[in-house]
Design a protein around this ligand. Structure first.
Ligand code: ZN
Length: 352
């Protein structure tokens, strides 16, 4: 039989709604993931008890584990504990860190992983990547895409607004990441996967142009779905390319040089805006700047408490964070003085 289409690993169930955590048992049995609730549930140290109380009635046979931080050692330790008995799946419930630990531990045991996001800080909720710290350095580890992705809007709403808003930066940066990918195709002949690109772009455009904010269920749903589409886009092409370009190189560089400056999504949004300026795309710059401003996200280094010199250092360091990736930063190959001059123009353009 000729190969007429490709097969893509994708989650069996995607649920974005209120009350999803309390309905977890039904979602897992309806989705043929676990009929009897024999799952390992991984929760974070903060909301862990509250979540465990909510789901115990529907998941009577579950064992509970607590993830402390997102370290590779912690994820390996959890993986070893999961060998004690057989589970249908590993359920990671929480913000990005807990989900990342659960993803990695599940992959180590060869178990399917269910991602239950209680925050919308970044696209890790559905991506085949776990961001974990090893020897003090944050690394991205390839894992299986979650078998189910569940976003509980009740938890999202009760979480930190700043934390959740950051996800907006991590979705709209796809516009910049895709422009970098197309540049790599033109200059280096790198193949662009059209299906991955369309998934990544659709989510970003939806968030970019939606007039609502984090108090509006309609907008929060579009944001959650945009983050999920980004994860699917990565799974389709097997790289983070559709959602990570110069924007993420700048984010990783700031994280490495000036730890604690901002969250993943805040930094990636700023990085995307600066890369869009470097590309000379005025229309996109205006759209993205308006979106970040509307949602009170940082647009300049000063908004994050960084000096211009620190930002210039980060842009210089950026290509080293992803040596194989060709983006507008590698393409222009600006000297520190040229970056400084561009930054001054950029700050005027964004403020104006
Ligand atoms: Zn990201």
């Amino acid at each position: 039989m000729p190969l007429l289409a490709r097969s893509v690993m994708a989650p069996l169930a995607i649920e974005v709604r209120r009350g999803a955590v309390a309905d977890l048992g039904a979602i897992l049995s309806d989705g043929r993931i676990s009929a009897g609730g024999d799952v390992a549930v991984v929760v974070g140290p903060g909301q862990g008890e509250k979540i465990a109380e909510l789901i115990r009635p529907t998941l009577g046979s579950a064992d509970f584990f607590t993830a402390n931080g997102a370290t590779l050692d912690g994820a390996n330790e959890l993986g070893a504990k999961l060998a004690a008995r057989s589970y249908d799946a590993v359920v990671g419930i929480g913000g990005g860190k807990t989900v990342d630990v659960a993803k990695y531990a599940a992959m180590r045991r060869g178990l399917p992983m269910v991602s239950v996001a209680t925050a919308l800080a970044n696209d890790g909720i559905a991506s085949p990547v776990a961001s974990l710290i090893s020897d003090g350095i944050k690394g991205s580890y390839g894992v299986h895409i979650p078998i189910a992705v569940i976003v509980d809007l009740d938890f999202v709403e009760s979480g930190s607004n700043r934390h959740n808003r950051a996800g907006i930066g991590d979705v709209i940066n796809n516009i910049s990441a895709l422009a970098d990918w197309e540049l790599a195709r033109e200059v280096r002949g790198e193949p662009v996967d059209g299906l991955a690109a369309s998934l990544a772009r659709a989510g970003a455009e939806a968030v970019l142009h939606h007039p609502g904010d984090m108090t509006d269920d309609g907008f929060v749903t579009v944001l959650a779905e945009g983050l999920i589409s980004s994860g699917l886009a990565m799974a389709v092409c097997g790289t983070s390319r559709p959602a990570s370009g110069g924007c993420h190189e700048i984010m990783h560089a700031i994280d490495a040089l000036f730890p604690g400056t901002g969250s993943h999504g805040e930094l990636a949004g700023l990085g995307a805006l600066f890369c869009t300026f470097l590309r000379g795309d005025e229309q996109r710059l205006a759209q993205m700047s308006a979106c970040l401003s509307r949602h009170c996200l940082p647009r300049t280094p000063a908004d994050l408490g960084l000096t211009d010199d620190q930002f210039v250092q980060a842009v210089e360091f950026a290509p080293r964070t992803r040596p194989d990736r060709y983006t507008i930063i590698e393409h222009l190959d600006l000297s520190p003085d040229e970056v400084r001059a561009k930054l001054a123009e950029y700050t005027r353009a964004v403020a104006g």
